[in-house]
Design a protein around this ligand. Structure first.
Ligand SMILES: Cc1cc2nc3c(=O)[nH]c(=O)nc-3n(C[C@H](O)[C@H](O)[C@H](O)COP(=O)(O)OP(=O)(O)OC[C@H]3O[C@@H](n4cnc5c(N)ncnc54)[C@H](O)[C@@H]3O)c2cc1C
Length: 475
């Protein structure tokens, strides 16, 4: 049953334990900051089954028995499904679904492999859970990133074994887990937490090779939200055009001996599958970059070109060169997006995008965006930080002064030029811009992990042998 936004919000009033800035939150949906992303995510649910036909076509699919469910709960089976998913995510406000969907799909792939080897019932467990998740129209968050302690060591090498989430007790009807997961986006705003292993485990690390699902209000779950400052609000719409009413919520989730019934356990001790799981998960999850790029790079190009035009500098060769460089990146990202969504592989019936192209797109963005934002600051000049507020233009005592002196080339008024400068501020210099900068570095995995993923499967030895053969031929 498709839920409405109101039903989604009501489901968050379930006694969950959430802290924000040192205080227990009574109701996340009405909280000054957490309520903002909660209401954004509620927009994804909208009017439920009563949405208009275009929205239903974009956001939902029909199951074989005719039940309509949200697209983000159904595994991609074809490249067209992948494209529809990426485009849907790009057009929606609120928390994304890529990672959760990647988690469910990867577990469905792995369950089949584990059952083929051991003859268990993981396939029916995860399929039943995923089917319930889709039909009950659940909002989930993925809890993968362990706190980790000494990064040079795996779970079994830590002084405190709880630094990676683990099974502390096995009962006939389930398991008890203990540990903490960091950076869980949407944690306090989800119905379900999908717990996944953070990295490949050694064969002695079975207690840490754990994947399972836990309701956000389960006894023993405690969430502590991040704090990113007060939201500016509608009043500052002109000054912070992108993020005046924005708040990005991530939680640290503590699991204090949480009981998980057997039917919600999707991996328990199969250490040899953790690496393969991560391969599928990270590839499916990194479609996130395909959602945002090359659109975001094109936005930067548009802003840079417009700034040159407003300032009368559009024919300066050195500045045009900077834009040409950005265009090359946008074209490269377009090509990688195409490759990722077309050079797919089918694993256990699930359509997995091209891993190298997804990761290369991510690396391309993380290695270029920073420089492009610096270019925008350069082109916008000092006013990016020092210009008057939009509120000053509403005060007749000073509005005339601002309108006279902040103009660009003839025909470009102060208001339109300042609007563009404020956009640069919000892209490159605001506190939200700083948040997004760091998010781009490690969100969806660190650059190091992406480099490893790009190199995986590349035959370096063949390169060496080629050179040795050339050298031998030259003797
Ligand atoms: C905004 C945001 C949202 C996120 N959302 C989620 C989410 O919803 N769910 C979730 O599970 N995670 C989420 N993450 C976490 C993200 O996946 C991790 O930040 C990322 O995987 C890096 O892990 P870490 O933060 O623990 O960094 P660390 O593991 O501390 O690594 C920091 C750096 O140290 C280096 N390093 C670490 N270990 C080693 C090693 N053994 N050898 C060599 N170098 C090493 C790497 O350069 C790495 O970048 C989110 C992160 C951000 C920023």
């Amino acid at each position: 049953m498709l839920r409405t936004g109101e039903e989604y919000l009501a489901s968050l009033r379930d006694g969950r334990v959430v802290y924000y800035a040192g205080e227990r939150v009574a109701d996340v949906t009405t909280h000054a900051e957490l309520g903002l992303p909660a209401r954004e995510t509620a927009q994804q649910y909208g009017k439920g089954a009563d949405e208009d036909a275009a929205t239903l076509a974009e956001r939902t699919v029909l199951l074989p028995d005719g039940e309509r469910v949200h697209r983000w709960t159904v595994p991609p089976r074809t490249p067209e499904d992948l494209v529809a998913f990426v485009e849907m995510e790009a057009n929606m406000v609120g928390d994304e679904h890529g990672a959760l969907s990647a988690g469910l799909c990867s577990l469905q792939i792995l369950a089949r492999k584990i059952d083929a080897k051991y003859g268990g019932d993981y396939t029916s467990r995860i399929d039943t859970y995923a089917d319930w998740f889709a039909r009950a129209d659940i909002h989930g968050a993925f809890a993968m990133t362990d706190v980790k302690g000494d990064r040079s060591k795996g779970p079994s090498g830590q002084v405190d074994p709880d630094l990676f989430l683990r099974v502390v007790e096995r009962r006939p009807d389930g398991i008890v887990i203990r540990g903490a997961k960091t950076s869980v986006t949407s944690g306090a705003l989800c119905n379900e937490l999908l717990i996944l292993p953070t990295h490949a485990m050694k064969d002695t690390e079975g207690d840490w090779a754990i994947a399972c699902a836990v309701p956000a209000n389960a006894p023993g779950v405690v969430m502590v939200s991040n704090y990113i400052g007060k939201t500016w609000g509608e009043k500052f719409k002109f000054d912070r055009p992108l993020t005046h009413s924005w708040h990005h919520h991530d939680s640290t989730v503590f699991f204090n001996d949480v009981f998980v019934p057997t039917e919600r356990v999707f991996m328990d001790g199969q250490t040899e599958y953790t690496r393969e799981f991560l391969g599928y998960f990270t590839t499916l999850h990194r479609t996130r970059i395909l959602k945002m790029e090359p659109r975001d790079t094109k936005q930067l190009i548009g802003v840079a070109e417009l700034m040159l035009r407003y300032n009368g500098l559009e024919n300066v060769g050195a500045l045009k060169g900077k834009i040409t460089e950005m265009v090359q990146t946008a074209v490269l990202l377009d090509t990688l997006r195409y490759t990722a969504l077309n050079r797919v592989q089918y694993v256990e019936g699930i359509c997995v995008p091209d891993a190298a192209a997804c990761n290369l797109a991510g690396l391309t963005v993380s290695s270029t965006r920073e420089g492009y934002l610096t270019t925008l600051c350069e082109l916008a000049g000092g006013p990016v930080l020092t210009a008057p507020s939009g509120l000053d233009m509403e005060n007749p005592e000073i509005a005339g002064l601002i309108e006279k002196y902040y103009v660009g080339k003839p025909g470009v008024g102060a208001k339109e030029r300042l609007a563009l400068i404020k956009l640069v501020y919000d892209l490159a210099a605001s506190d939200a811009a700083g948040f997004n900068r760091a998010l781009g570095v490690t969100g969806a995995g660190s650059p190091g992990a992406r480099r490893v993923a790009v190199a995986r499967g590349f035959d370096i030895e063949a390169c060496v042998q080629g050179v040795l053969a050339d050298l031998a031929g030259a003797e």
